[in-house]
Design a binder for this molecule. Structure first.
Ligand code: IMP
Ligand code: MG
Length: 177
């Protein structure tokens, strides 16, 4: 784990802007070569993936498209209930397309397992996941995440688009509360 830096708002920094930029460049390179000639559709899961999506797109050097979905899980806010509700569906038809789901953080995996099932029913040619952060400690759904930025410990992560009660999304770095 990186050296932790105490920030004024009480969060501790895990990954600074430079580290995030380098990692996303690496992910973009891998995706660009894996999806050469495929014109993938990147589907961002709102809202946490917004910053990641924007920076990742800039590192992808092949033609690609962007779409978004918004989901929420029933139940209280700290524990995923396993029932996922679609708040915003795709704009595009994904039949026969190569899909890359862009997610901020994979925790239990319940949200992505549901999304995978949901999107598979739409007959995409392929569906893979790119997640900036992976928190394997609390995983309950078996998931194959093809591209992972960083592994994070079992704590509450914020910043770079990721929130705690809608706060901290604007932090340019990733921290832990
Ligand atoms: P999962 O279904 O448990 O994998 O979690 C799905 C969503 O919960 C993620 O896409 C995040 O939006 C949110 N989430 C999970 N862990 C954290 C965290 O540590 N900080 C902020 N949001 C989180
Ligand atoms: Mg999310």
């Amino acid at each position: 784990m990186e050296k932790l830096i105490q920030k004024e708002d009480g969060s501790q920094e895990l990954f600074d802007e430079e580290k995030i930029r380098e990692k996303i460049k690496e992910l973009g390179n891998n995706i660009s070569s894996d999806y050469k000639d495929k014109n993938p559709i990147l589907i961002g899961v709102l809202k946490g993936s917004v910053m990641f999506m924007a920076d990742l797109l800039k590192e992808i050097t092949i033609p690609c498209n962007m779409d978004f979905m918004a989901v929420s899980s029933y139940g209280n806010s700290t524990e995923t209930s396993g029932i996922v509700r679609i708040l915003k569906d795709l704009d595009s038809n994904i039949e026969g397309k190569d899909i890359l789901i862009v997610e901020d953080i994979v925790d239990t995996g319940v949200t992505l397992a549901y999304l995978l099932k949901y999107l598979k029913a739409r007959k995409a040619n392929s569906i893979e996941i790119v997640a900036l952060l992976n928190k394997p400690a609390r995983r309950t759904s078996n998931l194959d995440v093809k591209y992972i930025g960083f592994e994070v410990p079992d704590g509450f992560i914020v910043g770079y688009g990721i929130d705690y009660a809608e706060k901290y999304r604007n932090l340019p770095f990733i921290g832990i509360l």
